[in-house]
Each structure stands twice: as structure tokens, then as C-alpha cells.
Design a protein around this ligand. Structure first.
Ligand SMILES: Cc1ncc(COP(=O)(O)O)c(C=O)c1O
Length: 379
């Protein structure tokens, strides 16, 4: 670290976001603490009602994390048979938690190649990964960009497969299908994470399952509540994935601000797009008919590691989402997915620049200018 630096632009400063909402959040948390009901109380019920309405989907259940939401929705879908080596297809470039959700549901993740422009799986790459054992597809709306939900739902229908959307990074993002619809409303079910860094994040771990299928949500609710319909009588082997009242109270405050924060993220992303001029720097493309929510602003460069060092020396913190393609991770070594060069290149080249609603345009300009300065010694 260069000793002259006395100020950093952090990758993400959550305290800054907290200060903006302190006057709303502190009374809400105090109200829960004073009420003395800390798990599965009125705040969880209120958030289930409001978040399903926000997403335009009739049924939903609050769970303990996004990973649980994936695992439980797969189990509740009823397509995974214990010990049967059923396969679930997801993108090879993305978060290991998606694949962990598949493994913990009792299935085998199979990784599909990603597109060179959106860095998402596509109907074509899904089709190449389908085998007689395939039961479901988990498209990931990576970085806040919706996947091609029309194409994916068509492939799923042709092959009789379930679709569970991984919307953990895409709260509020929209895809045009006739009218504009929010992600989470296309698949048989959808999983969300409220991990603190997300566009809608709480102050611990929490997650959500959405579905238009009320029976699926009732099975998910049963699984998430210890498999107990009657207290202390386990009807099925479930999990402890209960909803936390304090987290739900925080989310009830924050949900009212989500659209305005997503709008701000898009405005700051537009500043980056306008200013970034480094040759050979690539951005995730947003096809027509999709509204990005920029959970992350990710760029690609062949000299990614050197560019990150350069920015660090300028006092700018960056991150890498994600540095190892999923089929190359030891935990998923048995996926049999073979070589997926586009996903491997993405893992080698991606880096995330700072972006959060409370950033100023001047800070975004400072980051963009620092990126552009890299050009003098990198071509
Ligand atoms: C794409 C994706 N899927 C799944 C998860 C898992 O969510 P959680 O951390 O709440 O378990 C995350 C977040 O970590 C994610 O970004």
C-alpha cells in the first residue's frame, strides 16, 4: 500500500447507508425488542405480504438465507428424488452459493457455458447441458441483470423441466414479456437473499422464496419450520430456516426505498458508462427488454489483476465476483461439465468497481478517471 494515500474509495460502505435510514430503522428494531417476539412474528408476516406484492407473485415465505431459499425451493418443487443423482443446470460463472443450494437439496449441479456479452447461461448453452437426469434449471440474474426468461422458459417447457430463478442479486429488476415484469415472477419458484450487501439487505442473514404455486410455498414453509405442522411433531425431515423478526423489521423499512436506490444505481452506472474509455475494457451488455439493477458494476480486462493493483495504489478498492469458475471448484469437481472456456475467461477477467446508492457522482468520476489512466502502460 502506498504510504501517501490518506483516503480510500471503499468498495462498499454500509455504515453510510445505515446513517441515511437510522431514524427509521432504530425505532423499528426497538419496537421488536420491546415486543418480545423475535422469531416468526408480525414483522415477518408483514414483510411476506409486502414483498410478494412488490414482486407481483401471490405466495412467498421468509427463510434464513438465500442459500436456504434455493435448497428449500428445489426440495419443495418435488422434482429431486433422494439418492437419484438428479441434475440441476446452472451457469458456470457465478456464486458458489447457487451450486451449494443444489448440492444441499440432494441434486448434482451441472454447469452451462455463459454468453460472451451478458456472462449468463442462455437457452442454447442450457440445451447442450441437458441429459436424461436433468430435472431443473436455475438461471442466475447475475449482478442484477435479468436472464433471457422468455428463451429459458421455452426450453424448460420443451424438456419438461422446472425453473427456479436465482434472484439473490436482482431485487426489483425487470424483464419485458408483453409488459414489464419483475424477476422472480417467471419460474416455478424464485430465491432471494437479503445478505447485508444486497440491493435489499438486512443486518444479518435472511432469504425469501416466491412462487405462483401456493402448494409449493406451503411445502417450503413446512420444510423451513423443522418439518413441523404441529409444534414438536416433525412430519417430514425439514430444516431450521425460520424468519427473524429484527431482520424482517429492517427489511420492512428498506423495501419502501428499493426502487429509488435501484434508480440511483442505474444513474451512477450511466456515469461509469459515459466516462470509462480504457481500451479493451468490456462491460456486461444489457439486451433490449431488460432493466438492470446494478447490484454490482462489473467490468472485464485481460490485465485484471494489474488493473486492480493500479486502482488500489490510487486508493480505490475493487473486488472480484467471481474468481474461479464453478466447474473448477473442488466442491463441485464431480459435475462432469468439461471445459467451459467462456466461463473460465470471465473468471480470469472480471472485476467489480465501487457502486452503492450513497456514492457521489464525483466519486464515480474519480474511479473512472483512475481506470482510464491505466491505458498508458497496458495495451
Ligand atoms: C447469486 C447468488 N446466489 C445465492 C446466494 C446465497 O445467498 P445467501 O448468502 O443469503 O445464502 C448469493 C449471495 O450470497 C448470490 O449472490
Amino acid at each position: 500500500m502506498n504510504g501517501k494515500i490518506n483516503r480510500m474509495i471503499p468498495f462498499l460502505n454500509l455504515s453510510r447507508e445505515y446513517e441515511e435510514l437510522r431514524a427509521e430503522i432504530e425505532p423499528a428494531v426497538q419496537r421488536v425488542m420491546a415486543a418480545g417476539s423475535y422469531i416468526l412474528g408480525p414483522e415477518v408476516g408483514e414483510f411476506e405480504r409486502r414483498f410478494t406484492q412488490y414482486c407481483g407473485v401471490p405466495f412467498g415465505v421468509f427463510v434464513a438465507s438465500g442459500t436456504d431459499a434455493l435448497m428449500i425451493s428445489l426440495q419443495a418443487s418435488g422434482v429431486i428424488r433422494p439418492g437419484a443423482e438428479d441434475e440441476v443446470i446452472t451457469a458456470a460463472h457465478g456464486s458458489p452459493y447457487t451450486a451449494l443450494g443444489i448440492v444441499r437439496a440432494g441434486a448434482r449441479p451441472v454447469f452451462a457455458e455463459v454468453d460472451s456479452r451478458t456472462w449468463h447461461l442462455t437457452p442454447e448453452t442450457i440445451e447442450r447441458a441437458i441429459t436424461p437426469r436433468t430435472k431443473a434449471i436455475i438461471p442466475v440474474h447475475l449482478y442484477g441483470l435479468p436472464c433471457d426468461m422468455n428463451g429459458i422458459m421455452n426450453i424448460a417447457r420443451q424438456h419438461g423441466l422446472d425453473v427456479i430463478e436465482d434472484a439473490c442479486q436482482a431485487h426489483g429488476a425487470k424483464f419485458q414479456d408483453g409488459g414489464w415484469k419483475r424477476v422472480g415472477s417467471f419460474g416455478r419458484a424464485a430465491a432471494f437473499s437479503f445478505y447485508p450487501t444486497k440491493n435489499l439487505g438486512c443486518f444479518g442473514d435472511a432469504g425469501f422464496i416466491l412462487s405462483t404455486d401456493g402448494d409449493l410455498i406451503e411445502r417450503a414453509r413446512l420444510l423451513a419450520r423443522g418439518g413441523q405442522r404441529i409444534r414438536d411433531l416433525a412430519a417430514v425431515p425439514g430444516f431450521n430456516s425460520r424468519g427473524d423478526e429484527i431482520q424482517a423489521a429492517i427489511l420492512n423499512c428498506k423495501l419502501s426505498h428499493l426502487d429509488e436506490w435501484n434508480e440511483r444505481r442505474r444513474a451512477l452506472a450511466a456515469v461509469y458508462k459515459r466516462l470509462l474509455r480504457l481500451p479493451n475494457l468490456r462491460r456486461q451488455e444489457t439486451p433490449e427488454g431488460r432493466e438492470h439493477t446494478y447490484h454490482l458494476f462489473v467490468v472485464r480486462h485481460k490485465l485484471r489483476n494489474q488493473l486492480r493493483v493500479h486502482l488500489h495504489e490510487k486508493g480505490i478498492e475493487t473486488m472480484t465476483h467471481y474468481p474461479v469458475a464453478l466447474h473448477r471448484q473442488p466442491a463441485f469437481a464431480g459435475s462432469g461439465s468439461g471445459n467451459l472456456p467462456e466461463a473460465e475467461r470471465a473468471a480470469d477477467e472480471v472485476m467489480s468497481l465501487p457502486l452503492q446508492p450513497s456514492m457521489t457522482e464525483a466519486e464515480v468520476e474519480e474511479v473512472a478517471n483512475a481506470v482510464n489512466e491505466f491505458s498508458s502502460f497496458a495495451s
